[in-house]
Design a binder for this molecule. Structure first.
Ligand code: FES
Ligand code: FES
Length: 168
């Protein structure tokens, strides 16, 4: 089937098999290897991307279901050479160890902050419950998401334009 998917702001037209998963399309056809596969069964969240601005586990979505839609991967989060505030907060709060879960955590955190711009610790933990970190570094991840919320809200108040959204 012929599909066109906008990935990180660029439209890609391709022939795909109806059974091709979005995560495999992103990695193998479009070279977006920042989106990783941790389980292939919808449990770990490592493959999370934004689909039309909301988080989705790309191992649970067929590539054909993304036809005509916008996908944001971890490679599309930075803008104009600057890390997204969530990426910067993960960096500054040492919120990764091996980094395998990090792309999915980042995209899920962006989704969470779009839905709830000022989540308390419980809300962050609930928002990230579909994303597993096998290094169990949750403490710093939660801290980083709350720090990112503070940065985004401060930037919005001062009018410097940072926001929780992904690239579009
Ligand atoms: S690889 Fe998609 S949820 Fe684990
Ligand atoms: S940092 Fe290693 S899996 Fe999360």
């Amino acid at each position: 089937m012929r599909i066109t998917v906008n990935v990180d702001g660029v439209a890609y037209g391709d022939e795909v098999e109806p059974r091709t998963l979005l995560v495999h399309h992103l990695r193998e056809r479009l070279g977006r290897t920042g989106t990783v596969v941790g389980c292939d069964t919808g449990n770990c969240g490592a493959c999370t991307v934004l689909l039309d601005g909301r988080s989705a586990k790309s191992c649970s979505v067929l590539a054909v279901q993304a036809d005509g839609r916008e996908v944001t991967t971890v490679e599309g989060l930075a803008r104009d050479g600057r890390l997204h505030p969530v990426q910067q907060a993960f960096h500054d709060n040492h919120a990764l160890q091996c980094g395998f879960c990090t792309p999915g955590m980042l995209l899920q955190a962006v989704d969470l902050l779009t839905e709830d711009p000022d989540p308390d610790e419980d809300a962050v933990r609930r928002g990230l419950e579909g994303n597993l970190c096998r290094c169990t570094g949750y403490q710093n991840i939660v801290r980083a998401v709350r720090d990112a919320a503070a940065r985004i809200n401060a930037a919005a108040t001062s009018g410097t334009g940072a926001d929780a959204g992904g690239a579009a």
